[in-house]
Write a protein that binds this ligand. Sequence first.
Ligand SMILES: C[C@@H](O)C(=O)SC[C@H](NC(=O)CC[C@H](N)C(=O)O)C(=O)NCC(=O)O
Length: 349
Amino acid sequence: MARSIPITAASSATSSLLSDFAHRPRFRLSSEPSRRLALLQLGSALTQPNLLGIKTSKLIRAEGTAQASTRASGEGALEWAKKDNRRLLHVVYRVGDLDKTINFYTECLGMKLLRKRDIPDEKYSNAFLGYGPEDSHFAVELTYNYGVNKYDIGTGFGHFGIAVEDVSKTVELIRAKGGKVTREPGPVKGGSTVIAFIEDPDGYKFEILERGATPEPLCQVMLRVGDLDRSINFYEKAFGMELLRKRENPQYKYTIAMMGYGPEDKNAVLELTYNYGVKEYDKGNAYAQIAIGTDDVYRTAEAVKLLGGKITREPGPLPGINTKITACLDPDGWKTVFVDNVDFAKELE
Ligand SMILES: C[C@@H](O)C(=O)SC[C@H](NC(=O)CC[C@H](N)C(=O)O)C(=O)NCC(=O)O
């Protein structure tokens, strides 16, 4: 059984520049995720036997028919993936000391501790942090596995992106609080955006990027891939994402592609990086996956299979939490978990 842990004083963000974002009046995301979620809960109630008092056997038969028709129509499944209610929910990774990381993210990065849970049966705990409520904002989900205090980050994981209005001031603040700065503020090589890099206690890199005010400061997850067009095709077709931007940087021998479900200035995105000639990376064992919300994990799994994606976890409820999920791998072996939107909303209650 999962146990929620009450959030204590450790969650109070300092008055840093970053925590200002968390305390500002909340921007409405263009796609209105909270309204979308409410509507979708209504729609998905039809698949929740206990909500409408419909006999489970009838629902199982209906679901079976729906799955059969999805199988019969591959194109339908792909169309559906594009129309599904999707949003990047959180990025999951492992840390060696949960409290140390929570302190760093709240004190240095100005995040809020949103929730914690302990799953003793499975011997792990989670902490969720970010810049706004999880029903409308992207978050980090830290995983602590009992007794494991060190992980290998590998070479494939790149960084998480945090957008701020003043990179220099933010970096000074992080430094003053003992944060490790690995790249000083200045224009990105081959471009004009002011960036800096810092490292968290486990060595995960955060790129601090200069942007105007944004509703989603936690704005990027950067992963390196071996064939950019193959990846773009996969995330567009199997995941229904949009290619938001592609940028070549021949001088520094790389190309990036921003993929996601909405504009980059308002939503977290997946930044795929292709370094010329590099086909493979070591994934280590620290970074885990991105979680994406969906109205139907069963149809999601069907669509991914039709596109040649590898399902690593057949759709169904997660032990100890009961949230329905399905997991799959992209062409480079990066994992994504799709999470049932209604179950996820219940987790937040
Ligand atoms: C604004 C947006 O375009 C960026 O910040 S890109 C950041 C840039 N990325 C890369 O260099 C990717 C290729 C690299 N070889 C890798 O695999 O990480 C970056 O990190 N620049 C560093 C700098 O000092 O400017």
